[in-house]
Ligand binder design. Sequence first.
Ligand code: PLP
Length: 361
Amino acid sequence: MNGKIEKAIARVVEHGQFILGPEVGSLEEQLAQFSGCRYAVMCANGTDALLLVLMAWGVGPGDAVFVPSYTFAATAEVVALAGATPVFVDIDPSDYTMDRASLAKAVPYAVELGLRPAVVVPVDLFGHPANYPLLEEVSRRHGLRIVADGAQSFGASADGRRVGSLTEATTTSFFPSKPLGCYGDGGAIFTNDARLASTLKSLRMHGNELGRYVRIGMNSRLDTLQAAVLLEKLGILSEEIRSRQRIADFYANTLADVAVVPAVRAGVESAWGQYTIQVEERDAVRDHLQRRAISSAVYYPEPLHVQPAYALFPFSPDGLSNTSQLSAQALSLPIHPYLSEPDQQRVVREVRQAITTGAKL
Ligand SMILES: *Cc1c(COP(=O)(O)O)cnc(C)c1O
């Protein structure tokens, strides 16, 4: 184990304030500063972070919440848990984040269905911030709120502003495989809105405010031990993202002629939570890599709108064709910050071989 993290853990064991200890407050300050927003509120995980925001905004039955179908289940799950209706929206095929035109059509469609359009939850898929200025044009026109699901993008930026300060509220996850991962579960919410921040702090502690229960909340605190780990890891996050960027550049330069490689918008620095290419014969390429002990992953083999628990919820009236295509062709390659150059070269060699031989061997 990294010596600094070990010492930070030992300090927590020594002072014994395992819940909401001093490290949690320090981390909230440092994360807010890092992301360029006024408030960071720590909570137990990235799923709760989203749910807490919906609860704070009073989202419930009759409300439509617009979410991509091409995302991790938690993005839509929290909407249903809040009693509202997830309405699925397509993604832009270039960077896999929410498509503005699909959202613009989904909003009046939700009204036709008798729902009240309430919130949009764009997802910074694979580490690329969604196009908030563009999505805000739609949300402003219809009076919708936006909460960004930044579970995969903490540390990324757009036009010089970091995730956490790109829209009115942002959530993230510190699950170990995310760009900033702790040694268990963790999450946070970022906002400039003082009232939202204080409601969230109450909601994460059973609705308590100054010793009284003023609202129905939940138990969603971050363990002090995780805060201690995150304080240490935050210090090296920028360096780790630079190294992911170098790997992404290498993959783009060596794979663009045989596969569709991810494109980020001008002004965006992705956190590269995943490096996801599109290939026909995806499953065969994946088998080829697996036989050579190269780990790859498919995010997401089945989009949410066809999963049993979500199949009855509405989706944007023009359909979700980009989502379906991505589900069939997306393949995520290894991109952790400590992947050696020889390992990167081996990944490229095998991917190229799998594709150029038709991967039918
Ligand atoms: C990981 C993830 C979440 C949930 O975070 P947890 O900390 O695992 O609860 C939510 N949304 C997206 C897009 C994710 O990738």
